[in-house]
Design a protein around this ligand. Sequence first.
Ligand code: FCX
Length: 386
Amino acid sequence: LVIQLVFMTYSNIFLQDRLKKLKSEHGKVQLGNISVDMVLGGMRGMTGMLWETSLLDPEEGIRFRGLSIPECQKVLPAAIKDGEPLPEGLLWLLLTGKVPTKEQVDALSKELLSRSKVPDHVYAAIDALPSSAHPMTQFTTGVMALQVSHFSSRLVLIAPLILASCSDHEGGNVSAHTGHLVIFIFLSCHLSLMIIQLQVGSALSDPYLSFAAALNGLAGPLHGLANQEVLLWIKSVIEETGSDISTDQLKEYVWKTLKSGKVVPGYGHGVLRQTDPRYTCQREFALKHLPEDPLFKLVSKLYEVVPPILTELGKVKNPWPNVDAHSGVLLNHFGLSEARYYTVLFGVSRGIGIGSQLIWDRALGLPLERPKSVTMEWLENYCKNK
Ligand code: FCX
């Protein structure tokens, strides 16, 4: 880990120079035009922030430090031969931009484990909530309670490997962007504090406050809660029609969902315009390990039924499944049937990505974000005078 720190510090200096050069030589280069649609459409498609750890292509999907999901599966160390990559390896990759060896990953696991004791007051804060509190509320409360300690977490490492692919998804998604806006470093162990000292930004909320904010964004049904919603929805299909559902019955159920004003959970995406490669990776895993699982079979059938229906609606930009369409079925198969808990795992996983990027934010001294907003009247007048 000492080697890692030296390496990262060296990289920081190099990257700071690159950033300065970019700013001074190309600061005035235009990256595109902003249309009224973009302003009204939640800033979709506007290039507006720096995010070093991952890049999302609408057709190809996510790349972590330049590596696609299948490439990560090939090169990152696994716990067992031909197994899935260890999350610690992904964390190393995101932090340093380099593929770690198994020894480096083991050393990082050991380091994080040595910092993993959760203070008693955190459990007390969670226990004080009514037992009906959603697991995401309990998670956020736990993170907020950690704010009064100097805890560095192994939480990020208990995310199942299949969810390691949710760790980062560029910077513009609700959870990552929220965490970024308030400037957060989840892994605020002494390790990262050294890096932070290289360049301190201004008016920074601390990692715990910021991560809690990110989790609150993730807890929305259009974002991270969708994995819970998918499993509940699939179970409701079975409850209503039985497990031996025909394609026609399934079509009818999808239409019924849409006509009741709801979205089909697990389908569509703000950026992607193809099947999410995280979905594909989980599907391949399921084909290998649980091909006969009845819920997996239903998920496969939905893959045939839903896209044509969403296309027929005419307004959905991406009729293909996202990661949330699959993850719950895998978790359910391996015994985690409490769907309300799924988004917590997503949150734990995302801590790896957001945390890594925020360390770089601090190292590069990225400024406070402050996009401009306008009123509807301002827009109307602007368009009239154009
Ligand atoms: N079912 C029904 N309608 C859908 C839909 C779906 N799965 N996806 C998009 N649409 C509708 C939108 O609601 C919108 O309708 P409106 O014009 O009447 O408001 C229209 O199609 C255009 O939306 P579009 O531009 O394609 O999608 P957005 O960028 O606005 O929204 C999300 C993207 C992901 C929010 C949307 O596709 C959705 O609601 N999906 C279902 C929920 C889900 O799976 N979320 C998880 C996404 C992701 F993987 C994650 O963050 O975890």
